[in-house]
Ligand binder design. Structure first.
Ligand code: C2E
Ligand code: MG
Ligand code: MG
Length: 496
Protein backbone atom coordinates (compact mmCIF):
# COMPACT_ATOMS: atom_id res chain seq x y z
CA UNK A 1 0.00 0.00 0.00
CA UNK A 2 1.27 3.47 -0.82
CA UNK A 3 2.07 5.41 2.35
CA UNK A 4 3.38 8.62 0.78
CA UNK A 5 0.93 11.46 1.21
CA UNK A 6 -0.11 13.27 -1.92
CA UNK A 7 -0.41 17.00 -1.63
CA UNK A 8 -2.95 18.65 -3.79
CA UNK A 9 -4.05 22.22 -4.14
CA UNK A 10 -7.56 23.15 -3.00
CA UNK A 11 -8.44 24.13 -6.51
CA UNK A 12 -7.69 20.65 -7.84
CA UNK A 13 -10.76 19.32 -9.56
CA UNK A 14 -12.52 16.38 -8.06
CA UNK A 15 -12.05 14.51 -11.35
CA UNK A 16 -8.27 14.97 -11.15
CA UNK A 17 -8.21 13.64 -7.60
CA UNK A 18 -10.30 10.66 -8.68
CA UNK A 19 -7.81 9.92 -11.43
CA UNK A 20 -4.88 10.13 -8.98
CA UNK A 21 -6.60 7.79 -6.51
CA UNK A 22 -7.61 5.22 -9.06
CA UNK A 23 -4.38 5.37 -11.10
CA UNK A 24 -2.26 4.91 -7.97
CA UNK A 25 -4.54 2.31 -6.39
CA UNK A 26 -4.92 4.53 -3.31
CA UNK A 27 -8.60 3.81 -2.60
CA UNK A 28 -7.67 2.29 0.77
CA UNK A 29 -5.23 4.93 1.85
CA UNK A 30 -5.96 5.89 5.44
CA UNK A 31 -4.64 9.39 5.50
CA UNK A 32 -3.12 10.34 2.26
CA UNK A 33 -4.38 13.58 0.87
CA UNK A 34 -3.38 16.87 2.25
CA UNK A 35 -5.20 19.77 0.76
CA UNK A 36 -3.44 23.10 0.71
CA UNK A 37 -3.97 26.51 -0.71
CA UNK A 38 -0.80 28.35 -1.59
CA UNK A 39 1.14 26.14 0.79
CA UNK A 40 -1.26 26.59 3.73
CA UNK A 41 -2.50 23.42 5.35
CA UNK A 42 -6.24 22.96 4.96
CA UNK A 43 -6.99 19.44 6.06
CA UNK A 44 -6.47 15.83 5.46
CA UNK A 45 -8.65 13.27 3.76
CA UNK A 46 -8.44 9.60 3.04
CA UNK A 47 -8.88 7.92 -0.30
CA UNK A 48 -12.12 6.24 0.65
CA UNK A 49 -13.86 9.44 1.78
CA UNK A 50 -12.74 11.20 -1.32
CA UNK A 51 -14.08 8.50 -3.56
CA UNK A 52 -17.45 8.57 -1.78
CA UNK A 53 -17.51 12.32 -2.16
CA UNK A 54 -16.68 11.97 -5.83
CA UNK A 55 -19.39 9.41 -6.41
CA UNK A 56 -21.93 11.58 -4.66
CA UNK A 57 -20.99 14.59 -6.70
CA UNK A 58 -21.04 12.52 -9.89
CA UNK A 59 -24.43 11.21 -8.96
CA UNK A 60 -25.67 14.71 -8.27
CA UNK A 61 -24.43 15.87 -11.63
CA UNK A 62 -25.91 12.82 -13.34
CA UNK A 63 -29.18 13.47 -11.55
CA UNK A 64 -29.04 17.03 -12.77
CA UNK A 65 -28.36 15.90 -16.33
CA UNK A 66 -31.21 13.44 -16.26
CA UNK A 67 -33.76 15.69 -14.61
CA UNK A 68 -33.06 19.21 -15.78
CA UNK A 69 -33.14 20.81 -19.16
CA UNK A 70 -29.60 21.95 -19.91
CA UNK A 71 -30.66 24.98 -21.94
CA UNK A 72 -33.14 26.65 -19.62
CA UNK A 73 -32.05 24.90 -16.38
CA UNK A 74 -35.71 24.11 -15.71
CA UNK A 75 -36.91 20.66 -14.62
CA UNK A 76 -37.37 18.46 -17.69
CA UNK A 77 -40.17 16.11 -18.65
CA UNK A 78 -38.91 13.26 -16.42
CA UNK A 79 -38.74 15.34 -13.27
CA UNK A 80 -41.95 17.15 -14.07
CA UNK A 81 -43.94 13.94 -14.52
CA UNK A 82 -42.42 12.60 -11.31
CA UNK A 83 -43.49 15.68 -9.36
CA UNK A 84 -46.90 15.56 -11.00
CA UNK A 85 -47.38 11.94 -9.89
CA UNK A 86 -46.37 12.78 -6.33
CA UNK A 87 -48.64 15.82 -6.27
CA UNK A 88 -51.62 13.79 -7.50
CA UNK A 89 -51.11 11.12 -4.86
CA UNK A 90 -50.75 13.73 -2.09
CA UNK A 91 -53.77 15.70 -3.23
CA UNK A 92 -55.82 12.55 -3.17
CA UNK A 93 -54.88 12.04 0.48
CA UNK A 94 -55.39 15.65 1.44
CA UNK A 95 -58.49 16.13 -0.70
CA UNK A 96 -57.00 19.08 -2.58
CA UNK A 97 -56.57 19.76 -6.31
CA UNK A 98 -53.59 19.74 -8.63
CA UNK A 99 -53.46 22.21 -11.52
CA UNK A 100 -51.51 21.67 -14.71
CA UNK A 101 -50.76 24.50 -17.12
CA UNK A 102 -49.52 23.77 -20.64
CA UNK A 103 -47.80 26.58 -22.54
CA UNK A 104 -46.74 26.52 -26.19
CA UNK A 105 -44.99 29.37 -27.98
CA UNK A 106 -46.80 30.70 -31.04
CA UNK A 107 -44.86 30.51 -34.30
CA UNK A 108 -41.64 29.58 -32.54
CA UNK A 109 -40.62 27.57 -35.59
CA UNK A 110 -40.67 30.70 -37.72
CA UNK A 111 -38.23 32.42 -35.36
CA UNK A 112 -36.04 29.36 -35.17
CA UNK A 113 -35.98 28.82 -38.94
CA UNK A 114 -35.53 32.41 -39.91
CA UNK A 115 -33.28 33.80 -37.18
CA UNK A 116 -31.13 30.75 -36.56
CA UNK A 117 -30.95 28.20 -33.78
CA UNK A 118 -28.88 30.23 -31.34
CA UNK A 119 -31.50 32.94 -31.55
CA UNK A 120 -34.16 30.30 -30.91
CA UNK A 121 -32.20 29.04 -27.90
CA UNK A 122 -31.90 32.53 -26.43
CA UNK A 123 -35.59 33.04 -26.98
CA UNK A 124 -36.43 29.86 -25.08
CA UNK A 125 -34.19 30.90 -22.20
CA UNK A 126 -35.85 34.32 -22.02
CA UNK A 127 -39.35 32.81 -22.12
CA UNK A 128 -38.37 30.33 -19.38
CA UNK A 129 -37.22 33.22 -17.19
CA UNK A 130 -40.43 35.09 -17.77
CA UNK A 131 -42.52 32.05 -16.89
CA UNK A 132 -40.57 31.55 -13.69
CA UNK A 133 -41.18 35.22 -12.94
CA UNK A 134 -44.93 34.67 -13.28
CA UNK A 135 -45.06 31.66 -10.98
CA UNK A 136 -45.01 31.51 -7.21
CA UNK A 137 -42.76 29.58 -4.90
CA UNK A 138 -43.61 25.92 -4.84
CA UNK A 139 -44.95 25.89 -8.39
CA UNK A 140 -42.81 23.82 -10.74
CA UNK A 141 -42.08 25.43 -14.10
CA UNK A 142 -40.70 22.82 -16.51
CA UNK A 143 -39.64 22.54 -20.13
CA UNK A 144 -41.49 19.59 -21.54
CA UNK A 145 -39.88 19.59 -24.99
CA UNK A 146 -39.03 22.01 -27.79
CA UNK A 147 -41.12 25.09 -27.24
CA UNK A 148 -43.51 23.48 -24.76
CA UNK A 149 -43.50 24.46 -21.10
CA UNK A 150 -45.62 23.27 -18.19
CA UNK A 151 -46.38 24.57 -14.72
CA UNK A 152 -47.49 22.37 -11.85
CA UNK A 153 -49.57 23.85 -9.05
CA UNK A 154 -50.31 21.67 -6.08
CA UNK A 155 -52.92 22.72 -3.60
CA UNK A 156 -55.20 24.54 -6.01
CA UNK A 157 -58.50 25.67 -4.53
CA UNK A 158 -60.47 26.27 -7.69
CA UNK A 159 -60.05 26.85 -11.41
CA UNK A 160 -59.78 30.53 -10.60
CA UNK A 161 -56.25 29.99 -9.30
CA UNK A 162 -55.28 28.62 -12.70
CA UNK A 163 -57.07 31.39 -14.57
CA UNK A 164 -55.21 34.04 -12.59
CA UNK A 165 -51.80 32.49 -13.31
CA UNK A 166 -52.53 31.99 -17.01
CA UNK A 167 -53.79 35.52 -17.52
CA UNK A 168 -50.71 36.80 -15.70
CA UNK A 169 -48.56 34.90 -18.20
CA UNK A 170 -50.44 36.28 -21.22
CA UNK A 171 -49.97 39.76 -19.76
CA UNK A 172 -46.29 39.24 -19.07
CA UNK A 173 -45.69 38.15 -22.67
CA UNK A 174 -46.96 41.51 -23.93
CA UNK A 175 -43.64 43.05 -22.94
CA UNK A 176 -40.89 42.56 -25.55
CA UNK A 177 -38.01 40.18 -24.91
CA UNK A 178 -34.44 41.30 -25.51
CA UNK A 179 -32.78 38.68 -27.69
CA UNK A 180 -29.31 39.22 -29.12
CA UNK A 181 -29.74 42.95 -29.14
CA UNK A 182 -33.21 42.86 -30.66
CA UNK A 183 -36.63 43.50 -29.22
CA UNK A 184 -38.80 40.50 -29.93
CA UNK A 185 -42.50 40.02 -29.36
CA UNK A 186 -43.72 36.49 -28.96
CA UNK A 187 -47.09 35.22 -27.84
CA UNK A 188 -48.08 31.96 -26.19
CA UNK A 189 -51.10 29.68 -26.25
CA UNK A 190 -52.04 28.22 -22.89
CA UNK A 191 -54.24 25.34 -21.75
CA UNK A 192 -54.96 24.12 -18.26
CA UNK A 193 -56.55 21.10 -16.58
CA UNK A 194 -57.17 20.11 -12.99
CA UNK A 195 -56.98 16.89 -11.05
CA UNK A 196 -59.07 15.02 -10.04
CA UNK A 197 -62.06 16.49 -11.95
CA UNK A 198 -60.50 16.55 -15.44
CA UNK A 199 -58.37 13.44 -14.94
CA UNK A 200 -56.86 11.73 -11.92
CA UNK A 201 -53.82 10.33 -13.77
CA UNK A 202 -50.75 12.34 -14.72
CA UNK A 203 -50.67 11.23 -18.38
CA UNK A 204 -54.37 11.95 -18.81
CA UNK A 205 -54.07 15.35 -17.17
CA UNK A 206 -51.24 16.25 -19.52
CA UNK A 207 -53.22 15.23 -22.60
CA UNK A 208 -56.18 17.33 -21.42
CA UNK A 209 -54.15 20.44 -20.68
CA UNK A 210 -52.57 19.96 -24.12
CA UNK A 211 -56.03 19.67 -25.72
CA UNK A 212 -57.06 22.93 -24.04
CA UNK A 213 -53.84 24.54 -25.33
CA UNK A 214 -54.68 23.44 -28.90
CA UNK A 215 -58.12 24.92 -28.48
CA UNK A 216 -56.43 28.22 -27.54
CA UNK A 217 -54.29 27.95 -30.72
CA UNK A 218 -57.34 27.28 -32.83
CA UNK A 219 -59.08 30.32 -31.43
CA UNK A 220 -56.32 32.40 -33.03
CA UNK A 221 -53.35 31.91 -30.66
CA UNK A 222 -52.23 34.25 -27.85
CA UNK A 223 -55.07 32.88 -25.73
CA UNK A 224 -55.88 30.72 -22.72
CA UNK A 225 -58.42 27.90 -22.37
CA UNK A 226 -59.29 25.55 -19.52
CA UNK A 227 -60.13 21.98 -20.46
CA UNK A 228 -63.79 21.15 -20.96
CA UNK A 229 -64.99 17.61 -21.68
CA UNK A 230 -65.44 17.04 -25.38
CA UNK A 231 -62.38 19.03 -26.45
CA UNK A 232 -60.43 17.13 -29.07
CA UNK A 233 -57.44 15.32 -27.66
CA UNK A 234 -55.14 16.72 -30.32
CA UNK A 235 -51.90 15.16 -29.24
CA UNK A 236 -53.28 11.72 -30.05
CA UNK A 237 -54.79 13.01 -33.25
CA UNK A 238 -51.56 14.69 -34.18
CA UNK A 239 -49.53 11.54 -33.68
CA UNK A 240 -51.79 9.51 -35.94
CA UNK A 241 -51.88 12.33 -38.50
CA UNK A 242 -48.10 12.37 -38.65
CA UNK A 243 -48.00 8.63 -39.30
CA UNK A 244 -50.67 8.98 -42.00
CA UNK A 245 -48.83 11.92 -43.56
CA UNK A 246 -45.70 9.87 -44.01
CA UNK A 247 -47.62 7.68 -46.43
CA UNK A 248 -49.89 10.26 -48.02
CA UNK A 249 -47.51 11.28 -50.81
CA UNK A 250 -46.96 7.73 -52.06
CA UNK A 251 -50.65 7.08 -51.84
CA UNK A 252 -51.43 10.12 -53.97
CA UNK A 253 -53.64 11.67 -51.34
CA UNK A 254 -52.62 15.28 -51.96
CA UNK A 255 -54.46 17.54 -54.37
CA UNK A 256 -54.06 21.10 -55.44
CA UNK A 257 -56.92 23.55 -55.45
CA UNK A 258 -56.60 26.83 -57.32
CA UNK A 259 -57.83 30.28 -56.40
CA UNK A 260 -58.01 32.94 -59.11
CA UNK A 261 -56.41 36.36 -58.86
CA UNK A 262 -58.08 39.23 -60.68
CA UNK A 263 -56.48 42.38 -62.09
CA UNK A 264 -59.05 45.03 -61.19
CA UNK A 265 -58.26 47.46 -64.01
CA UNK A 266 -59.15 44.89 -66.69
CA UNK A 267 -61.43 42.59 -64.67
CA UNK A 268 -59.45 39.61 -65.98
CA UNK A 269 -58.08 36.58 -64.18
CA UNK A 270 -54.32 36.93 -64.46
CA UNK A 271 -53.18 34.17 -62.14
CA UNK A 272 -54.08 31.37 -59.76
CA UNK A 273 -52.68 30.39 -56.41
CA UNK A 274 -52.13 26.65 -55.90
CA UNK A 275 -53.29 25.58 -52.42
CA UNK A 276 -52.69 22.11 -51.10
CA UNK A 277 -55.46 19.82 -49.85
CA UNK A 278 -55.19 16.36 -48.33
CA UNK A 279 -57.83 13.81 -49.16
CA UNK A 280 -57.57 11.70 -46.01
CA UNK A 281 -59.02 8.20 -46.42
CA UNK A 282 -61.15 8.52 -43.27
CA UNK A 283 -61.34 12.19 -42.45
CA UNK A 284 -62.15 13.48 -45.91
CA UNK A 285 -60.76 16.62 -47.48
CA UNK A 286 -58.43 18.50 -45.14
CA UNK A 287 -57.27 22.12 -45.50
CA UNK A 288 -53.63 23.02 -44.70
CA UNK A 289 -54.46 24.25 -41.19
CA UNK A 290 -54.86 20.61 -40.14
CA UNK A 291 -51.51 19.39 -41.39
CA UNK A 292 -49.14 22.06 -42.72
CA UNK A 293 -47.45 22.60 -39.35
CA UNK A 294 -46.90 18.87 -38.95
CA UNK A 295 -45.34 18.50 -42.37
CA UNK A 296 -43.13 21.50 -41.74
CA UNK A 297 -41.98 20.27 -38.35
CA UNK A 298 -41.38 16.73 -39.52
CA UNK A 299 -39.40 17.79 -42.58
CA UNK A 300 -41.97 16.17 -44.89
CA UNK A 301 -42.45 19.59 -46.45
CA UNK A 302 -39.36 19.03 -48.59
CA UNK A 303 -40.71 16.11 -50.69
CA UNK A 304 -44.34 17.28 -50.44
CA UNK A 305 -43.39 20.84 -51.40
CA UNK A 306 -41.52 19.49 -54.41
CA UNK A 307 -44.60 17.57 -55.47
CA UNK A 308 -46.64 20.80 -55.18
CA UNK A 309 -44.29 22.65 -57.55
CA UNK A 310 -44.34 19.76 -60.04
CA UNK A 311 -48.09 19.42 -59.95
CA UNK A 312 -48.68 23.18 -60.23
CA UNK A 313 -46.33 23.40 -63.25
CA UNK A 314 -48.02 20.39 -64.85
CA UNK A 315 -51.44 22.06 -64.46
CA UNK A 316 -50.07 25.37 -65.70
CA UNK A 317 -48.84 23.65 -68.88
CA UNK A 318 -52.26 22.07 -69.41
CA UNK A 319 -53.94 25.47 -69.17
CA UNK A 320 -51.39 27.06 -71.48
CA UNK A 321 -51.99 24.40 -74.09
CA UNK A 322 -55.76 24.57 -73.74
CA UNK A 323 -55.85 28.05 -75.22
CA UNK A 324 -56.90 29.91 -72.09
CA UNK A 325 -55.49 33.41 -71.81
CA UNK A 326 -52.05 33.24 -70.19
CA UNK A 327 -52.18 33.18 -66.41
CA UNK A 328 -49.46 32.94 -63.80
CA UNK A 329 -49.27 30.12 -61.25
CA UNK A 330 -48.44 31.04 -57.65
CA UNK A 331 -46.97 28.43 -55.34
CA UNK A 332 -46.42 28.74 -51.58
CA UNK A 333 -42.92 27.91 -50.34
CA UNK A 334 -42.06 27.15 -46.71
CA UNK A 335 -38.89 28.49 -45.16
CA UNK A 336 -37.43 25.03 -44.71
CA UNK A 337 -37.90 24.23 -48.40
CA UNK A 338 -36.27 27.46 -49.43
CA UNK A 339 -33.20 26.83 -47.28
CA UNK A 340 -32.45 23.46 -48.91
CA UNK A 341 -29.15 23.88 -50.70
CA UNK A 342 -30.52 22.46 -53.96
CA UNK A 343 -33.73 24.51 -53.90
CA UNK A 344 -32.94 26.73 -56.92
CA UNK A 345 -31.67 23.85 -59.01
CA UNK A 346 -34.74 21.82 -58.16
CA UNK A 347 -37.18 24.57 -59.11
CA UNK A 348 -35.35 25.38 -62.32
CA UNK A 349 -35.27 21.77 -63.46
CA UNK A 350 -38.99 21.28 -62.69
CA UNK A 351 -39.80 24.39 -64.73
CA UNK A 352 -37.68 23.22 -67.66
CA UNK A 353 -39.07 19.70 -67.62
CA UNK A 354 -42.66 20.90 -67.45
CA UNK A 355 -42.15 23.18 -70.44
CA UNK A 356 -43.80 26.23 -68.86
CA UNK A 357 -42.27 29.67 -69.14
CA UNK A 358 -40.47 30.71 -65.96
CA UNK A 359 -42.43 34.02 -65.97
CA UNK A 360 -45.58 31.98 -65.45
CA UNK A 361 -44.43 30.68 -62.10
CA UNK A 362 -44.50 32.81 -58.97
CA UNK A 363 -43.08 31.66 -55.64
CA UNK A 364 -44.76 33.04 -52.53
CA UNK A 365 -42.38 33.38 -49.61
CA UNK A 366 -43.27 34.62 -46.16
CA UNK A 367 -41.60 37.59 -44.55
CA UNK A 368 -39.83 35.30 -42.13
CA UNK A 369 -37.82 33.76 -44.97
CA UNK A 370 -36.35 37.13 -45.82
CA UNK A 371 -35.38 37.84 -42.23
CA UNK A 372 -32.67 35.20 -42.37
CA UNK A 373 -29.23 36.60 -42.99
CA UNK A 374 -29.38 38.68 -46.12
CA UNK A 375 -26.63 37.02 -48.15
CA UNK A 376 -27.94 33.48 -47.85
CA UNK A 377 -31.37 34.67 -48.97
CA UNK A 378 -30.29 37.15 -51.60
CA UNK A 379 -28.27 34.71 -53.72
CA UNK A 380 -31.01 32.13 -54.31
CA UNK A 381 -33.60 34.88 -54.81
CA UNK A 382 -31.41 36.50 -57.47
CA UNK A 383 -30.74 33.19 -59.15
CA UNK A 384 -34.45 32.40 -59.39
CA UNK A 385 -35.26 35.91 -60.53
CA UNK A 386 -32.62 35.92 -63.25
CA UNK A 387 -34.06 32.64 -64.46
CA UNK A 388 -37.33 34.51 -64.90
CA UNK A 389 -39.39 33.24 -61.99
CA UNK A 390 -41.57 35.80 -60.18
CA UNK A 391 -41.30 36.30 -56.44
CA UNK A 392 -43.91 37.50 -53.98
CA UNK A 393 -44.01 38.10 -50.26
CA UNK A 394 -47.06 36.42 -48.76
CA UNK A 395 -49.08 37.57 -45.75
CA UNK A 396 -47.23 40.87 -45.84
CA UNK A 397 -47.58 42.99 -42.72
CA UNK A 398 -47.76 40.14 -40.21
CA UNK A 399 -44.06 39.46 -39.78
CA UNK A 400 -41.50 42.07 -39.01
CA UNK A 401 -39.62 42.60 -42.21
CA UNK A 402 -36.52 44.63 -42.02
CA UNK A 403 -37.78 47.23 -44.45
CA UNK A 404 -34.33 48.47 -45.32
CA UNK A 405 -33.52 45.04 -46.78
CA UNK A 406 -36.76 44.68 -48.63
CA UNK A 407 -35.61 46.78 -51.57
CA UNK A 408 -32.44 44.72 -51.89
CA UNK A 409 -34.48 41.63 -52.73
CA UNK A 410 -35.63 41.08 -56.32
CA UNK A 411 -39.31 40.87 -55.37
CA UNK A 412 -42.19 41.51 -57.74
CA UNK A 413 -45.26 41.58 -55.55
CA UNK A 414 -46.50 42.06 -52.02
CA UNK A 415 -49.57 40.12 -50.95
CA UNK A 416 -51.21 42.14 -48.22
CA UNK A 417 -52.36 39.86 -45.42
CA UNK A 418 -56.06 39.02 -45.12
CA UNK A 419 -56.26 40.38 -41.59
CA UNK A 420 -55.91 43.94 -42.93
CA UNK A 421 -58.39 43.42 -45.75
CA UNK A 422 -60.99 41.67 -43.62
CA UNK A 423 -63.40 44.28 -42.24
CA UNK A 424 -61.42 47.03 -43.92
CA UNK A 425 -64.80 48.71 -44.32
CA UNK A 426 -65.55 48.74 -40.59
CA UNK A 427 -62.07 49.25 -39.16
CA UNK A 428 -60.58 52.56 -40.30
CA UNK A 429 -57.15 51.65 -38.95
CA UNK A 430 -56.94 48.85 -41.53
CA UNK A 431 -57.41 51.37 -44.32
CA UNK A 432 -54.46 53.33 -42.97
CA UNK A 433 -52.33 50.18 -42.79
CA UNK A 434 -53.23 49.10 -46.34
CA UNK A 435 -52.50 52.61 -47.65
CA UNK A 436 -49.12 52.60 -45.93
CA UNK A 437 -48.22 49.18 -47.36
CA UNK A 438 -49.30 50.32 -50.83
CA UNK A 439 -47.16 53.45 -50.56
CA UNK A 440 -44.20 51.37 -49.45
CA UNK A 441 -44.73 48.84 -52.25
CA UNK A 442 -45.08 51.53 -54.90
CA UNK A 443 -41.91 53.25 -53.80
CA UNK A 444 -40.16 50.00 -54.65
CA UNK A 445 -42.17 49.44 -57.85
CA UNK A 446 -43.88 46.35 -56.49
CA UNK A 447 -47.30 45.09 -57.52
CA UNK A 448 -49.87 44.90 -54.73
CA UNK A 449 -52.31 42.08 -54.12
CA UNK A 450 -55.14 42.22 -51.60
CA UNK A 451 -55.78 38.78 -50.12
CA UNK A 452 -59.00 37.53 -48.58
CA UNK A 453 -61.38 39.93 -50.31
CA UNK A 454 -64.87 38.63 -49.51
CA UNK A 455 -67.27 41.47 -50.32
CA UNK A 456 -67.79 44.22 -52.86
CA UNK A 457 -67.13 46.81 -50.24
CA UNK A 458 -63.80 45.21 -49.28
CA UNK A 459 -62.89 45.03 -52.95
CA UNK A 460 -63.74 48.67 -53.58
CA UNK A 461 -61.84 49.89 -50.56
CA UNK A 462 -58.81 47.76 -51.42
CA UNK A 463 -58.90 49.24 -54.92
CA UNK A 464 -59.25 52.78 -53.63
CA UNK A 465 -56.20 52.18 -51.41
CA UNK A 466 -54.22 51.27 -54.52
CA UNK A 467 -54.29 47.45 -54.66
CA UNK A 468 -54.26 46.43 -58.31
CA UNK A 469 -54.84 42.71 -57.79
CA UNK A 470 -57.38 40.96 -55.59
CA UNK A 471 -57.86 37.39 -54.52
CA UNK A 472 -60.64 36.10 -52.31
CA UNK A 473 -64.06 34.55 -51.88
CA UNK A 474 -65.59 37.64 -53.55
CA UNK A 475 -64.52 36.00 -56.81
CA UNK A 476 -64.02 32.37 -55.93
CA UNK A 477 -62.97 29.95 -53.24
CA UNK A 478 -60.04 27.70 -54.14
CA UNK A 479 -61.36 25.06 -56.56
CA UNK A 480 -60.12 21.80 -58.10
CA UNK A 481 -58.66 22.35 -61.60
CA UNK A 482 -61.71 21.14 -63.56
CA UNK A 483 -64.12 23.25 -61.52
CA UNK A 484 -61.88 26.27 -61.89
CA UNK A 485 -62.02 25.86 -65.68
CA UNK A 486 -65.83 25.96 -65.56
CA UNK A 487 -65.67 28.98 -63.30
CA UNK A 488 -63.22 30.74 -65.63
CA UNK A 489 -65.56 30.24 -68.58
CA UNK A 490 -68.52 31.65 -66.68
CA UNK A 491 -66.48 34.52 -65.30
CA UNK A 492 -65.14 35.61 -68.66
CA UNK A 493 -68.64 35.35 -70.13
CA UNK A 494 -69.97 37.72 -67.45
CA UNK A 495 -67.06 40.13 -67.84
CA UNK A 496 -67.42 40.50 -71.58
P1 C2E B 1 -52.03 31.72 -48.00
O1 C2E B 1 -50.91 31.41 -48.92
O2 C2E B 1 -52.08 33.08 -47.44
O3 C2E B 1 -53.34 31.37 -48.81
C1 C2E B 1 -54.53 32.05 -48.70
C2 C2E B 1 -55.48 31.33 -47.80
O4 C2E B 1 -56.61 32.14 -47.57
C3 C2E B 1 -56.04 30.03 -48.39
O5 C2E B 1 -56.31 29.15 -47.31
C4 C2E B 1 -57.36 30.50 -48.99
O6 C2E B 1 -58.31 29.48 -49.11
C5 C2E B 1 -57.79 31.51 -47.96
N1 C2E B 1 -58.67 32.52 -48.54
C6 C2E B 1 -58.62 33.06 -49.76
N2 C2E B 1 -59.57 33.98 -49.94
C7 C2E B 1 -60.25 34.05 -48.77
C8 C2E B 1 -61.35 34.84 -48.32
O7 C2E B 1 -61.91 35.66 -49.03
N3 C2E B 1 -61.77 34.65 -47.04
C9 C2E B 1 -61.17 33.74 -46.22
N4 C2E B 1 -61.65 33.61 -44.99
N5 C2E B 1 -60.13 32.98 -46.61
C10 C2E B 1 -59.67 33.14 -47.87
P2 C2E B 1 -55.82 27.64 -47.34
O8 C2E B 1 -55.96 27.08 -48.72
O9 C2E B 1 -56.51 26.97 -46.22
O10 C2E B 1 -54.27 27.77 -47.06
C11 C2E B 1 -53.79 28.27 -45.85
C12 C2E B 1 -52.31 28.49 -45.87
O11 C2E B 1 -51.61 27.25 -45.98
C13 C2E B 1 -51.82 29.31 -47.05
O12 C2E B 1 -52.03 30.67 -46.77
C14 C2E B 1 -50.38 28.92 -47.12
O13 C2E B 1 -49.63 29.65 -46.19
C15 C2E B 1 -50.42 27.47 -46.68
N6 C2E B 1 -50.34 26.61 -47.86
C16 C2E B 1 -51.31 26.20 -48.69
N7 C2E B 1 -50.83 25.41 -49.66
C17 C2E B 1 -49.50 25.29 -49.44
C18 C2E B 1 -48.43 24.61 -50.12
O14 C2E B 1 -48.60 23.94 -51.13
N8 C2E B 1 -47.19 24.75 -49.58
C19 C2E B 1 -46.96 25.50 -48.47
N9 C2E B 1 -45.72 25.59 -48.02
N10 C2E B 1 -47.93 26.17 -47.82
C20 C2E B 1 -49.18 26.06 -48.30
MG1 MG C 1 -50.05 32.18 -50.38
MG1 MG D 1 -51.42 34.77 -47.68
Amino acid sequence: MNKTPVIVDKGTSIDDIARIIVDAGMQHMVSGFIATTEGQYLGIANGHNLLTEITQRKQASLFHLAHYDQLTKLPNRVLFLDRLNVAIIQSDRQKTHVGLVFIDLDKFKHFNDSMGHSFGDELLIAVAERLVGCSREGETVARLSGDEFTILLDNVKSQRDLDILCNRILDAMKRPLQIMGREVFITVSIGSAMSPQDDDQSAGLLVKADAAMYEAKRSGRNAYRHYVPGMNLYSYERMTLETDLRMALERNEFELFYQPQVLLSTGKVVGNEALIRWRHPERGLLAPIHFIEIIEESGLIVPIGKWVIEEACRQQMIWMKSGLEPMCMSVNISAMQFYQSDFCEMVKSIVMESGIQPEHLELELTESVCMHDVISVLNPLQELHEFGIKLAIDDFGTGFSNLSYLNKFPIDRLKIDQSFIRNIDSEPVNIEIVRAIVALGRSMSLELVAEGVETDSEMNLAESCGCEFVQGYRFSKPLPADQLELWLNQFSAIQS
